[in-house]
Ligand binder design. Structure first.
Ligand code: CP
Ligand code: NVA
Length: 305
């Protein structure tokens, strides 16, 4: 049973092939080609946290492949409030052919995967966001031609997005720099996981030291879902960890990325988001293409070249 719970669940070679397939699906869609590979199949989408991009891109993606989705939000189930995640997963697996889940705890995904009997895909947890990482890697490949050797600079918290995209890019041979305020950097387990990967991973406490020569500047919200109670303190702590036009000027070859949703004027300025160097909108679109490729790999491998 294949699952996609972390960005290291596929090898670098498998990820590379998946990105190539996603690019082909993107080109196919632009030509208006219709697919039916998931006809008769249903995907359960389970959300414990809010979402726009993930919800819409999975829904549209499955339907474009001829399948259907059923959506459940945390407020409409008793999972974790009586019903055990394994019982929930076992039942969902009798109805649906895959489960895509956005959760607080990564352990929840492990519980679902153990019992579901169908593939489980991580649509974000507190610590990882591997589908975002795939879309980010595709976007960088499109803009820069390749990933190996690129200098990728993440500005902000060493959070779920920094962990997944940083790790995936490290696996694909990039030099990854994560610049965060003291106490908010990548956790040790992420750095340990990257030992032995072909790229490099550096955690630093100053943006200025990392930005020179950057090929990609990336940021994410200072206040991830679930951290709202710390908002005021975080706005002070992260005030220097933002992408504005001065930072862009210090990295003249860099494209700008953000997983969205962004808080304009906090971690990124509006004019930067809308500048020619912004890859943000392609990045959001690419969620659709990489997730279609991933679902076909998991559910209809004969459709994958
Ligand atoms: N980037 C991302 O996952 O967006 P949503 O939270 O809107 O799904
Ligand atoms: N780090 C953000 C990512 C949102 C897609 C969060 O977890 O809220």
């Amino acid at each position: 049973m294949g699952h996609y719970l972390t960005e290291l669940d596929l090898s670098a070679t498998q990820t590379d092939a998946l990105l190539t397939f996603a690019a082909a699906l993107k080109a196919e869609r632009a030509r208006g080609v219709l697919r039916t590979d998931l006809a008769g199949r249903s995907v359960a989408l389970y959300f414990e946290k809010p979402s726009v991009r993930t919800r819409v891109s999975f829904t549209v993606g499955v339907r474009e492949l001829g399948g259907d989705v059923v959506e459940l939000s945390g407020g409409t189930t008793k999972v974790g409030k009586g019903e055990h995640p394994e019982d929930f997963a076992r039942v969902l697996g009798r109805y649906a052919h895959a489960i895509v889940a956005r959760v607080f705890e990564q352990q929840m995904l492990e519980d679902l995967a153990r019992a579901a009997g169908v593939p489980v895909v991580n649509a974000l947890s507190d610590i990882l966001h591997p589908c975002q990482a795939l879309a980010d890697a595709l976007t960088i490949r499109e803009r820069k031609g390749s990933i190996e050797g690129l200098r990728f600079v993440f500005v902000g918290e060493g959070n779920n997005v920094a962990a997944s995209t940083g790790t995936l890019l490290c696996a694909l041979g990039a030099q990854v720099w994560v610049a965060s305020p003291r106490g908010y950097g990548l956790p040790d387990w992420v750095r340990k996981r990257c030992h032995g990967l072909p790229g490099e991973l550096h955690s630093v406490e100053s943006v200025q030291g990392a930005v020179e020569g950057a090929d990609v500047l990336y940021t994410d919200t200072w206040i991830s879902m679930g951290r709202e109670a710390e908002a005021e303190a975080r706005r002070r702590i992260f005030a220097d960890f933002r992408i504005d036009s001065a930072l862009l000027a210090a990295a003249p070859d860099a494209i700008v990325m953000h997983c969205l949703p962004a808080v304009r004027g906090e971690e990124i300025d509006t004019d930067v988001m809308q500048s020619e160097r912004s890859a943000i909108w392609d990045q959001a679109e690419n969620r659709l293409h990489v997730q279609k490729a991933l679902l076909l790999r998991l559910l209809a491998p004969s459709a994958v070249p």
